[in-house]
Write a protein that binds this ligand. Sequence first.
Ligand code: AMP
Length: 290
Amino acid sequence: MTMRIATTIAEIRAWRAEADRAAGGRAAVGLVPTMGYLHAGHVSLVARARAENARVAASVFVNPAQFNSAEDLARYPRDPERDAALLRDAGCDIVLMPDPAEVYPPGFQTWVDVGPIAAPLEGAHRPGHFRGVATVVLKLFGIFEPARAYFGQKDYQQLAVIRTLVRDLDVPVDVVGCPTVREADGLAMSSRNARLGPDDRRAATVLHRALRAAEAAWAGGERDAGALRARMAAVFAQEPRAAVEYVSVADAATLEELEAVRGPALLSVAAVVGPVRLIDNIVVREPLRA
Ligand code: AMP
């Protein structure tokens, strides 16, 4: 199977027009936006898109606007050839791999600022991050005009920000959230994991271990959010290689910190392990009763 590699928006528009002609109407396009250095988590999004759409498109773009540190941007891992091979094997029809100047040409001046849902957690620790994410995702929606777009729950707040943006601005795209794909030891797959040395790689499981400890406490009946945060903090305290940034127990819909867990709650953590900053989360919710 062949896959097209596009570097310009014009190529995507031409592909889209061709797909619509072939469909005799609007071709259902599934879009998977990524920053590349792909792993099984990304591939799971492409597989889901493949199952649900006539055409599958992806983007590989390390979006400068969503980085709040020039060093983090410069060190973000890249391997476009391997990415193209993985996307092709997963059944992707076309990938956009643009230069920053294609996405942000001279004179670019319009930004999307999502409100309170973008403020806490990652928003508080990475100023401007979600402004960059929301803007590039809205642009990708305008470029590809997908019927559906696929995002990982690993970036739970990002998914919530995009759902909010789509609702508030009447964007005709179905946003599909997909489960977090993990390594055998529980570490959430991330492009950034490639930069972990062996000791830090072992230590990095602390994020998932902290979340599981809080989840177990919740399953055992603990509903005090402070106590759940303390469970997570205690696990981090045992791992000197990890510098915790936050442990959070928040309302799964609004992302406001909770005092007591009553409905669905987002347990989330961020920590720096060696050279990388990692995030992870688990949602706890009561099973539906008959
Ligand atoms: P990124 O390339 O890190 O910007 O991620 C691109 C998309 O893949 C986002 O929607 C992420 O949430 C999703 N993603 C990243 N890691 C995982 C994972 N381990 N499992 C599922 N989805 C993921």
